[in-house]
Structures are given as C-alpha cells and as structure tokens.
Design a protein around this ligand. Sequence first.
Ligand code: GDP
Ligand code: MG
Length: 296
Amino acid sequence: MHRSGFVALVGRPNVGKSTLLNSIVGEKIAIVSSKPQTTRTAIRAILTRDESQLIFIDTPGLHKPRHELGSSMIRAARAALRETDIVCFIVEAFCKPGPGDRHIASLLQEAAGQVILVVNKIDLATPEQLASNNVLYRGLFPFAGCFALSALRKEGLAPLLDALAERLPEGPRYYPPEMVTDQPERFIAAEIIREKIIHLTREEIPHAIAVVIEQISPREGRDLIDLRAEIFVERESQAGIIIGKGGLLLKKAGSAARREIEVLFGGQVYLDLRVKVKRGWRNRERMLRELGYKEP
Ligand code: GDP
Ligand code: MG
C-alpha cells in the first residue's frame, strides 16, 4: 500500500522550519538565516520513499504583520494549516513557550489534519531544559505526537519521518521520484541571492530587499549561463548599503551566490547584479504579485 500527502511546517520565525525542510530532502530548497522572516512564501519539498511520498510545505513564520508583505506571508502560512494532511508545529527546545507560540497554538485549531509537535534545536538545550520545556509545549495543544530533534545536525529525523509516513492517507505518487521540489530554478536562484545579501546586512535591510531574475540566457559559443538579477530596495540609503564601499558588499554577496547557483544549474554562471529603488514595494499589491509573494 502506498501513502502520500502534504505536511505543513509551521512555527514562530527562526525556529528552524526551513533548515528542517532542507535536512529532510538533503538539498537546499529553502534559504536559511539567523534573521527572522526570511521565508516569504510557502515552499514545497518532496520526499519520495519506497512506500510513501511526503510533500513538505515550509511556511513563513507566523508573526504580527506590519505591511502587506507580512500579511501575505501570514495568509500563506494559515492556508498551509488548513490544506495539509499533517501539521508539524516547530518550537525551540531551549526556551519555554512564549506569547508567539501560544498564539500559534490557538491557530492550530484551524488545522485540517493531525498536529505533531516538533521540538527542534536539541543540540542547544540541556537535558533538563528539554524535559521541562517539553512538558510545557505539550500542554499547548492536544498533539497527536511529539518528536525532539536537531534539524541542523540531522539528528532524530528518522523517527519523525516514519511517523509522518504512517499517518498519511493511502494515495498515489504525485511527483516523479527524482523531483525534490516544484520551485522553478529561477525562483531558487533569486532566493539564493537574497540569502547572501541577508547574511551580509543587518536591521531593516534583510526585510527591505527583494530579488528578481530578469534574464537567464546561455552565452553564445560558450558553456556559460548569463544571469541578470535586480535587487529591489525601498530607499536610496539602502541601495548604498547593499552596494557597499567600492561595490564590495555586492561583490561578496554575488560571488557567494554564484557558487551556489552554479551547483543548482550544474555549470558556469556569470552573475550580473543591479540594485534598484522601488519605494514602498512591500505595500504595493502589483509588485508583491510580480515577486510571487502574493496570489495572482
Ligand atoms: P525558520 O525561520 O523557522 O525557517 O528558521 P531557519 O531554518 O531559517 O533557521 C533559523 C536559524 O536557526 C538558522 O541560523 C539555523 O541555522 C538555525 N537552526 C535551525 N535548526 C537548528 C538546530 O537544530 N540547531 C541549531 N543549533 N541551530 C538551528
Ligand atoms: Mg524559513
């Protein structure tokens, strides 16, 4: 008998949802950073096993939105709650439930299917912390199961995956077995560039940028792909910061991104990055749709 279905990963920003998604499929599908609200859309990754296919949906962290982009992110996360067979609520082992966790626990009532508690980052918790926080988290909701793991170190994943596969309904393979994501390469490339800029910047900058791939074309007569990307910021001052002194920051982000994009495309890439000011793009409906941050 073959089982298949959809599993949503939800939780506060920064608890490790995207890291878990990548660890599960063993490839970098979703970008990761230590800054909250890095994930902006629902991202799918597919795990095909002999007798099951699990489709994971990484969601933007549930937080209090302050602009239209934030509201779209919340909508995407809440839709995932309602549209999946299983919801994994991810929390951090080293800290007690906070107001953010309690708020999400109240939203879990919207979940269509079973809800599993995943206590992540056990590598950062003492055994005492893990034991006492576990009890507190379990009190937040009638969870159908509870698993403790380290997404970063890939420890404790197997029991979770087995339990998820067992709980899925009988169903077909929705995707071919070699497929690990349905995200287009174009989107992943833009996300990789965004991740590198997030890593090199602070405060409001990571939230104020968006990246669009304007052009992908093979260079004539050469085994090389030309890739032109535009980086949107909200203000001139932010453009200055991203470009950096003598263009240094942009160069650094560009070469880190290029290395990963070359792995993605399996060949040499020439990356051309340009920075553009788009005032208030996070509140502009059309921009959000063009960027894929909002349903058309
Ligand atoms: P998200 O916002 O929930 O998607 O969180 P991310 O996956 O972007 O991770 C946020 C931060 O937590 C990153 O710096 C990750 O490297 C880190 N992280 C995620 N899982 C673990 C873990 O199991 N252990 C440790 N030590 N760090 C983790
Ligand atoms: Mg994320």
